[in-house]
Design a protein. Structure first.
Lengths: 133, 133
DNA sequence: CTGGTTGCAAAATTTTTGCACTGGT
DNA sequence: ACCAGTGCAAAAATTTTGCAACCAG
């Protein structure tokens, strides 16, 4: 699955990289610490330094995207292009909302400003179902 | 100016607080490091710890708002309610755009999801005029 | 084989904390 | 005078870096 993506960018396919990518895919969104936690359970030899190095590399290659979260450490997700995020101010959880399209927003911004924007990050904030109780 | 706001919340009006608030007002958006830099020039006794403590306090009181920025340290601004931010991926500068209204976005999100969102953060990304050269 | 990648440990950076002292009210 | 707020220095947490060993291509 991810070996192909890595090979396309001429990056070496290492078990550590595959692990990181699959873990993020599985979790949807993961922080560096989340990843380190998961690693310790399954595959104890992956070092924190390797996670940091790969996160930076993979974000730079646009394979991952950083999702900044108010008052928290950033999360990382598999890059699937712009979409709306929802975060809970209580627990910091992040979810995707694929129903609202962000493209019109960029188009409108380009039109109004005469500039050409590459991306938009939209982060809705509201209590998640767990924290609503 | 800010002394009134502080007094309303029963916070003490200290020169450090006034300095921090006025500096952020002046700069529009400032990181903790930005503030510390400015402090050293003008008023060398304000400690980093005090800046951190006050930032947390003032964000908690909704006097300041944290603006998370992709791949950078968060910036802080005087809370003026939701509005669109623009950041430059090269230099990390942040500017406001007051022309695009975020309220319809929340309304639409509430309608589509049946939830009730408190805020939206919208961050447009595109090269600033300086970095375009 | 060979250069990219890893793990480890150390260094650098960033943020938090404890506590005595200060200063706003 | 009281107690929130400050500064300092130490501790904790986070991120980066250097380098020898390793392994994917």
């Amino acid at each position: 699955m991810y070996d192909k993506i890595l090979r396309e960018r001429e990056l070496k396919v290492t078990p550590q990289r595959i692990f990181i990518l699959e873990e993020i895919k599985k979790m949807g969104h993961a922080s560096v610490e989340d990843l380190h936690e998961r690693v310790k359970d399954v595959y104890s030899s992956v070092s924190l330094a390797t996670i940091y190095k790969n996160i930076h590399l993979l974000v730079g290659e646009d394979i991952l995207t950083e999702v900044p979260v108010h008052g928290r450490k950033p999360m990382y997700e598999i890059n699937i292009g712009d979409h709306v995020h929802i975060t809970c101010p209580h627990c910091g959880s992040v979810e995707d909302n694929m129903d609202m399209d962000t493209a019109p927003f960029i188009a409108e911004a380009n039109r109004q400003t005469g500039r050409k924007f590459d991306r938009v990050a939209v982060m809705l904030q509201g209590a998640c179902s767990k924290c609503n109780n």
